[in-house]
Design a protein. Structure first.
Length: 222
């Protein structure tokens, strides 16, 4: 994966208030650490950082040009997002060096089509691997072509690029192929679903009625 150059600046404000002001200014609060160095609090331009992650994935290698005159290579270690606004709240960045081996979680994509009348259950969406810090793949691939019900794709079945080593348990399940339910099986579950929904509605109605009675009693006592 090629590196992305991105500017950064030291942060002097900390805490929730400082982080909010940093985000309002169009930047993402971040902490740069590793190699035994003292953690450095920096701010990244939100738009540029979002574009880097969108194009290169969560393991995008960043070449940081910090306004205090320092430069660094870093990999995102932990990214916090706002699930409602879909914005970045905070980033932990790990200092790396060229030629250094790092262990990271890489997304796994399934390729091909399983046999007819089957369903694919994703047991794990990522796989832990060890690779050169400057050559971390943005994704890995595992084939499910023609897979029959009852079969399983394990970590050992995932295709690894040259220079990338598996760090996870080789027997860890990545995906499981199961038989798709028949029309008869789906129909048999409908009464159970309808009964559960009716019971839930009844419980809500009872709770509403109880609240109404309590409110009426409170008004009478007043």
């Amino acid at each position: 994966m090629s590196e992305v150059k991105i500017s950064a600046e030291p942060r002097t404000e900390f805490g929730k208030g400082g982080a909010r002001r940093t985000r309002r200014a169009g930047k993402v609060p971040a902490v740069l650490y590793g190699h035994g160095e003292k953690p450095k609090h920096i701010a990244l331009p939100a738009r540029e950082f979002a574009a880097a992650i969108r194009n290169g994935g969560a393991n995008q290698l960043l070449a940081l040009d910090i306004s205090d005159g320092t430069q660094a290579l870093a990999l995102p270690k932990a990214i916090q997002r706002d699930p409602i606004k879909d914005t970045f709240e905070h980033v932990d960045l790990l200092l790396v060096r060229r030629g250094e081996k790092v262990t990271v979680d890489v997304p796994v994509q399934l390729t091909g089509e399983a046999a007819r009348d089957t369903l694919i259950v994703h047991d794990h969406d990522t796989l832990s691997v060890t690779a050169d810090a400057t050559k971390v793949p943005d994704h890995l691939e595992a084939s499910i072509e023609g897979a029959q019900a009852g079969s399983q794709v394990t970590a050992a079945d995932v295709k690894l690029p040259e220079g990338v080593e598996l760090a996870a348990d080789p027997e860890m399940a990545v995906a499981t192929v199961t038989a798709a339910p028949t029309a008869e099986q789906l129909e048999s579950t409908l009464p159970e679903v309808e009964t559960a929904e009716a019971e839930a509605e009844a419980e809500v109605g009872e709770e509403t009625a109880e609240v109404g009675e309590e409110t009426a009693e409170a008004k009478t006592e007043a």
